[in-house]
Design a protein around this ligand. Structure first.
Ligand SMILES: Cc1cc2nc3c(=O)[nH]c(=O)nc-3n(C[C@H](O)[C@H](O)[C@H](O)COP(=O)(O)O)c2cc1C
Length: 331
C-alpha cells in the first residue's frame, strides 16, 4: 500500500491532512475521481479513468470539474500550511492522466479569507433538502460573484424572468435521463449505498426522496429506498446560479471546478448551503438552450441551488492512502 511521503518540504502528517482536505471536494455521484502523486518538489493531480461515468458524463467534463474542486481545496490547504501553491494546469509531457502540477512558491502567511474558506472545507456538504424561505441578500451574492471571478469564471444569478424557462429545461433534462436505461443503471450503482461505504452516495446523505411536485430537485439519490418524510416542501425561490466559463476547453473545465468550489466554500463560510442540479447541463440539447438563455456567449458548467438550510449528513470519503499513486506510476 502506498505510504504518504514528504512533498514540497512538508512532513507526511501535514501532507496527509492536505490530501484529506482535497478529497472533501464534491464529485458526480461521489465517485472521487482524483489521485495524487507525491514527489519531493511537486504534487501531481491525476484523474482516475476508472471513475468516469459514461452515461452521465461521457466526455469527462464533470470528472474534470470535480478534480478542479479538489485542486481548489488543495491550494487552500497548502496555503493554510504556510506554502504558497504554484499551480500549472495541464502541464506538457506529464503523462496522460495528469491534470495539474502543484509546486511550492515559497513560504507565506495564509490570507484571512483563505483561512475562512479552509475552515469551511469539512463543513461543505450537498444540501438536497428544502431551504428556509429566506432570500439570500445582495451582499452575499456579491461575495459569490467575486469568488467565481477570481477563478476567471462568471457566476450568472438566474433572474426572475429566466426562472420559468430554466425550470422547463431542468424537467426536460431529467425526463430524458430517466428514459435512458444506461443512466438509470449507473445512478443505481452509485446511490442507495449502505452507511459503511467509502464512495457513492449512502441513503443517509441522499436527502428526501424527490416528488413529482418538486420544482428543482429531481434526481433521486435514495435509490427509491427511503420514503419521503411528511411535510417536505421546497422553498418557493431558491437562489439559482449558473457557473459559466468563457471557453469550452479542458483547461476551462478545471478552472470551472475551482470556481465552483470557491463559490460553494464562500457560501458555506457565510452560513449558506448549496446543492447542484446537473441534468440540464449534462443533456446536450438542454445545455445548448441554457447557453442561449444566458445570451449565447458563455458556456454553462454548473447549476447551483443556494439558500439557508438545516443540518446535512456528510457523504463518505475514501482513505487518503487509496488516493496516492506510487512513484513511477503514470496512469
Ligand atoms: C460535477 C458535479 C455534478 C454534480 N451533480 C449533482 C446533481 O445533479 N445533483 C446533486 O444532488 N448533487 C450533484 N453533485 C454533488 C455530488 O453528488 C456530491 O458532491 C457527492 O455526493 C459528495 O457529497 P458532498 O457534496 O456532500 O461532499 C454533483 C457534483 C459534481 C462535482
Amino acid at each position: 500500500m502506498p505510504r504518504i511521503s514528504t512533498a514540497l518540504d512538508l512532513p507526511p502528517t501535514e501532507i496527509e491532512q492536505i490530501i484529506r482536505h482535497a478529497s472533501f471536494a464534491p464529485s458526480l455521484h461521489n465517485t472521487q475521481p482524483w489521485r495524487f502523486r507525491l514527489l519531493p518538489q511537486v504534487i501531481e493531480l491525476h484523474y482516475d479513468p476508472a471513475r468516469l461515468l459514461p452515461a452521465a458524463d461521457p466526455a469527462g467534463r464533470e470528472l474534470r470539474l470535480a478534480c478542479g474542486a479538489a485542486l481548489f481545496n488543495l491550494r487552500l490547504a497548502l496555503e493554510n500550511a504556510g506554502t504558497r501553491p504554484n499551480v500549472t494546469l495541464l502541464p506538457h509531457f506529464a503523462g496522460p492522466t495528469v491534470l495539474a502540477e502543484i509546486r511550492s512558491g515559497g513560504r507565506t502567511d495564509p490570507r484571512p479569507e483563505a483561512r475562512r474558506l479552509h475552515a469551511a472545507i469539512p463543513r461543505r456538504h450537498s444540501h438536497r433538502a428544502p431551504f428556509r424561505d429566506v432570500p439570500v441578500p445582495t451582499a452575499e451574492r456579491s461575495h459569490m460573484l467575486h469568488a467565481a471571478q477570481s477563478e476567471q469564471c462568471r457566476l450568472h444569478i438566474v433572474t426572475p424572468g429566466e426562472l420559468g424557462t430554466l425550470e422547463g429545461l431542468v424537467h426536460r433534462a431529467h425526463r430524458i435521463q430517466e428514459a435512458d436505461p444506461r443512466f438509470r443503471t449507473e445512478l443505481a450503482a452509485w446511490t442507495g449505498r449502505p452507511a459503511d461505504t467509502s464512495e457513492g452516495v449512502p441513503t443517509s446523505a441522499a436527502g428526501p426522496r424527490p416528488g413529482p411536485q418538486d420544482q428543482w430537485v429531481h434526481r433521486d439519490f435514495s435509490a427509491g429506498v427511503s420514503p419521503r418524510p411528511e411535510g417536505v416542501e421546497y422553498e418557493s425561490y431558491p437562489l439559482l446560479a449558473v457557473l459559466c466559463t468563457p471557453q469550452e476547453t479542458r483547461y476551462a473545465e478545471l478552472q470551472a471546478g475551482q470556481a465552483v468550489q470557491n463559490v460553494w466554500l464562500t457560501a458555506t463560510a457565510r452560513g449558506l448551503a448549496a446543492s447542484m442540479i446537473s441534468e440540464v447541463i449534462e443533456v446536450p440539447d438542454t445545455r445548448d438552450e441554457l447557453r442561449d438563455l444566458l445570451g449565447g456567449t458563455l458556456h454553462p458548467q454548473a447549476l447551483l441551488r443556494i439558500g439557508y438550510g438545516g443540518p446535512t449528513v456528510p457523504a463518505p470519503r475514501r482513505a487518503v492512502d487509496d488516493l496516492i499513486l506510487d512513484d513511477g506510476t503514470t496512469t
